[in-house]
Design a protein around this ligand. Structure first.
Ligand SMILES: Cc1cc2nc3c(=O)[nH]c(=O)nc-3n(C[C@H](O)[C@H](O)[C@H](O)COP(=O)(O)OP(=O)(O)OC[C@H]3O[C@@H](n4cnc5c(N)ncnc54)[C@H](O)[C@@H]3O)c2cc1C
Length: 472
């Protein structure tokens, strides 16, 4: 079949941040494009992930401000919280953005098919309630779903998935969070701010196991000071469901001791599983590893006309901006392969992807941790800077601010940056720009940072790595 005989030049399966961004870029490049979505445009990110959680966490941030108001000379009465209203606002924001993606599809002349798709052959898919569709290229962007814990099916009432955690109408007296990754800790932070007694269990020795150890330890101390209780190196032995409460039996991996605690609800936040089960990938000989689609450069699978982007492929991290960037890259690669553009697109640098956790305080990072540098036997220069030396942190009483930078001693290349503080998810972009553009320490030091800002801590941390700190 020649390209002209196919229904489309590119069909994208899945309308999350990977899929819809890919579709828009394909359309911009003049490719006849369709997108298939079985549920809601915007995927997990806009509907059940990044956005609604941040809407809820904004409420928690306001709660925290109100609690501290008197310290700033502002008198307010005892605050009360309306979780139903917070949830309603969060759903409203998600709905607005989901509708916005629909508008973007129309604006870019992208044909939307509603239904679940699976492969028939490498140029044909079947969409439930629609029929068969042919295309020269396919991009699989079907994302991931929460990992279910054996024996503990989530029920929305007492045992929650992340979806349940953002749909509650009343604040639980106590909450057990199983898993201390970004998702678990964001909900732990949210419910703790609203007054729930929060307990977190983590299988690894440290919470936030992918973060730089020094930052993870600092974060733990901040969370503990707010009343969150942690059980590291522990797992859930079993849960007994009572009428009003759960009894959770927590087993310490090291001592094998079991402790029983009573909680109103438990949130299962033990990771995500790639959505590949129903795609019939065996029909097109696209291999998977632990349910994730194996991809090479430009996210091409073993079938050269089938790409896989975002949470469904086997490249970490599972983050929305990684999915979107892969979407852009693979759209440009398809256009290049079809002769629509003459230059080969850039291959994505996965070591330059920032990651943010929107707890209170926030955590943000890019590149390798100090532990990774040690493991890789890289000779490093480490620089740190804390809030005590930063005027803006003092003025705003944001004393959790801390920045750590890791440079290669031989080349002065920035290898990693790690931050904690109330707004570090905004500040990490400075390191993204620096790292992507391979700025050296000298170039960052030669940059003028506005005063008074928390951003000055970046400047100082870099100078600290070279023995030049001013304010410490
Ligand atoms: C609670 C939570 C908070 C998060 N917070 C953040 C954050 O702050 N920042 C961040 O970067 N990331 C965050 N993430 C992760 C982020 O949501 C994902 O990395 C991102 O959504 C992945 O995008 P994607 O396009 O690969 O897949 P998804 O967003 O999962 O979209 C996949 C889409 O494909 C559709 N689909 C699946 N199978 C089929 C099929 N066979 N046919 C048709 N359609 C199909 C699905 O319905 C879905 O709409 C969070 C995740 C969760 C759960």
């Amino acid at each position: 079949m020649s390209s002209k005989e196919f229904n489309f030049e590119v069909v994208i399966i899945g309308g999350g941040p990977g899929g819809y961004v890919c579709a828009i870029r394909c359309a911009q490049l003049g490719l006849k494009t369709a997108i298939v979505e079985k549920d809601q445009l915007g995927g997990v990110c806009l509907n059940w992930g990044c956005i609604p959680t941040k809407a809820l966490l904004k409420s928690a941030e306001i709660v925290e401000y109100v609690k501290k108001a008197e310290d700033f000379g502002v008198k307010v009465g005892k605050p009360s919280y309306d979780l139903a209203k917070m949830t309603h606002r969060s759903r409203d924001v998600a709905k607005q953005l989901n509708q916005g993606v629909g508008v973007l599809m129309k604006k870019n002349n992208i044909k939307l098919f509603s239904g679940e798709a699976h492969f028939i052959d490498s140029n044909t898919i079947h969409i439930d309630n629609v029929g068969n569709l042919t295309s020269r290229y396919f991009v699989v962007a079907t994302g991931a779903s929460p990992r279910q814990m054996e024996n503990y099916e989530t029920d929305g009432q007492m045992i929650w998935s992340h979806k349940d955690a953002m749909m509650q109408q009343s604040i639980p007296n106590s909450l057990l969070v199983v898993g201390s990754g970004a998702i678990g800790m964001e909900f732990a932070s949210f419910y703790n701010a609203l007054g729930s007694r929060v307990t977190v269990i983590e299988y690894q020795d440290n919470i936030l196991p992918t973060e730089d150890l020094e930052i993870a330890k600092m974060a733990k101390r901040h969370f503990e000071s707010k009343g969150i209780k942690f059980y590291p190196h522990s797992t859930l032995h079993k849960i007994d469901k009572g009428k009003k409460e759960l009894t959770a039996y927590i087993v310490d991996k090291k001592t094998h001791e079991i402790e029983a605690i009573q909680v109103s609800a438990a949130l299962m936040a033990i990771g995500m599983v790639a959505n590949t089960k129903n795609l019939k990938l065996e029909e097109v000989r696209v291999p998977v590893d632990k349910q994730k689609i194996i991809v090479g450069d430009f996210c091409v699978t073993q079938q050269s006309n089938i790409y896989a982007i975002g949470d469904v492929n086997n490249i970490a991290p599972s983050l929305a901006h990684k999915a979107s960037h892969e979407g852009t890259m693979c759209a440009e690669h398809i256009a290049y392969m079809m002769g629509k553009i003459s230059h080969k697109p850039h291959q994505m640098q996965y070591s330059n992807i920032p990651a943010c956790i929107y707890t209170n305080p926030q955590i943000a990072s890019i590149g390798i941790t100090q532990e990774m540098a040690k493991k890789q036997e890289i000779d490093t220069l480490i620089g740190v800077f804390s809030a005590q030396g930063n005027g803006k942190s003092m003025a705003t009483s944001e004393m959790s601010n801390f920045v750590k930078v890791i440079f290669d001693k031989k080349t002065n290349e920035l290898l990693g940056a790690h931050m904690i503080g109330p707004h570090v998810s905004e500040l990490i972009q400075i390191f993204s720009l620096a790292k992507t553009n391979e700025l050296t320490a000298n170039e960052i030091i030669a940059t003028v940072f506005a005063h008074p800002t928390v951003g000055e801590m970046i400047h100082e941390a870099v100078m600290n790595a070279y023995g030049r700190t001013i304010h410490m």
